[in-house]
Design a protein around this ligand. Structure first.
Ligand code: NAI
Ligand code: ENO
Length: 324
């Protein structure tokens, strides 16, 4: 008798997300066997050295044989190719999920290939760092983070429940959402901030009147935070923008208009406009802190213990905001 949630989980792609899922699932005793497939021989060999699986497969078709749970952890742009390759080899009743940062495109790419006898429950753990590759993973990544599931209408309720149980057992709060809505929400809360970080770091390094060494030497906290985000994986983020094009452009349009308004306020000395916006945004930061979500996983998540919602190291930062 076994109380594993799944007998055989296959991870396709074993970078930050795949390795973290492996470590977390193992720690929680969720799966009996972990099969690993990834594209490059070197990464597969590294995953084996790290002990991230029980079996390692060069052939993706072979990796999903007998799997009752398949988690696609590749960049968004290759999910359709992966679905096409695994489809004929999936066992009846298998649950297929993914961790991609966009959801409409994943559904469009994967669903047409998947046979009617499997269950497709797309997912997105809102948990990550700027690191990538199999060495970057850690079992605590998902603790106290949200995981959004976007099952298409008519998805088997039992399959959704099992995926929910998987994510809640590794520490996440699970929410169901419409995929289109997900893509709009994440465009403003995650995708645009990354684009802004890439842009500001690029702009700073291109400035002729400021040398690169000055940028490094005098980088204050704000700029350092941007450089962390701008160090995120280029393949992953290229795919996010190519595959969430409409929502990203919509949010970018709104952002640009608001930035232009700020530009005008500075030009015309409209201190009230600046002060009003800065006060409004300060209160948003406070409400995020009150909701216990201020922890940047990359900086502090590794040190969080299960059940903790605040990293102690952040308390001094909080004092900055208690004054007015
Ligand atoms: N990095 C982050 O902070 C987060 C990433 N995500 C999503 O998770 C997914 C994976 O991201 P990471 O783990 O960060 O990336 P990563 O770059 O660390 O890992 C990606 C893995 O996919 C493999 N891969 C690439 N093409 C493949 C193919 N055709 N077939 C099989 N394997 C292939 C790579 O070899 C690598 O092992 C992405 O879709 C991303 O949008 C979701 C939440 C957070
Ligand atoms: O490192 C950070 O600040 C992140 O924002 C991590 C992250 C990146 C992509 C996602 O889809 C979800 C979370």
């Amino acid at each position: 008798m076994t109380d594993f949630l799944f007998k055989r989980m296959t991870l396709i792609g074993i970078g930050l997300l795949g390795s973290s899922i492996s470590l977390a699932a193992r720690q929680k005793g969720l799966v009996e066997h972990i099969a690993v497939h990834t594209r490059s021989d070197a990464t597969l060999a590294r995953a084996e050295e790290l002990g991230l699986g029980d079996s390692y497969h060069k052939d993706v078709a072979e990796s999903v044989k007998d799997a009752d749970f398949v988690v696609v952890c590749t960049p968004v742009g290759v999910c359709g190719t992966v679905a096409k390759a695994i489809a004929p080899h999936l066992k009846e009743g298998a649950i297929i999920t993914d961790v991609g940062s966009v959801k409409m495109s994943i559904i469009r790419q994967m669903q047409p290939h998947l046979p009617a006898h499997v269950h497709f429950v797309p997912g997105h753990p809102i948990a990550g760092t700027e690191e990538s590759g199999p060495d970057a993973g850690f079992a605590e990544l998902f603790i106290n983070r949200w995981c959004i599931l976007t099952p298409p209408e008519g998805t088997d309720e039992g399959a959704i429940e099992k995926v929910k149980t998987f994510w809640s057992t590794v520490g996440s709060n699970v929410e169901l959402m419409d995929a289109h809505h997900h893509d709009n929400v994440l465009a403003i809360t995650s995708h645009l901030p990354h684009l802004i970080a890439y842009n500001i770091v690029g702009t700073a390094s291109d400035l002729e009147m400021v040398t690169n060494s000055e940028v490094i030497k005098y980088s204050a906290g704000g700029f350092r935070d941007f450089t962390r985000i701008a160090a995120s994986d280029p393949t992953m983020w290229r795919d996010v923008f190519l595959h969430n094009k409409e929502a990203a452009l919509e949010m970018l349009g709104r952002f640009t208009e608001d930035l232009t308004a700020l530009q005008r306020a500075i030009r015309w000395g409209d201190g009230d406009a600046l002060f009003d916006l800065f006060s409004r945004t300060r209160s948003i930061r406070r409400s995020i802190i009150d909701a216990g979500q201020e922890i940047a996983a990359s900086d502090f998540g590794r040190h969080l213990k299960e059940g903790e919602t605040h990293a102690p190291t952040l308390s001094s930062d909080d004092h900055e905001y208690t004054g007015s």
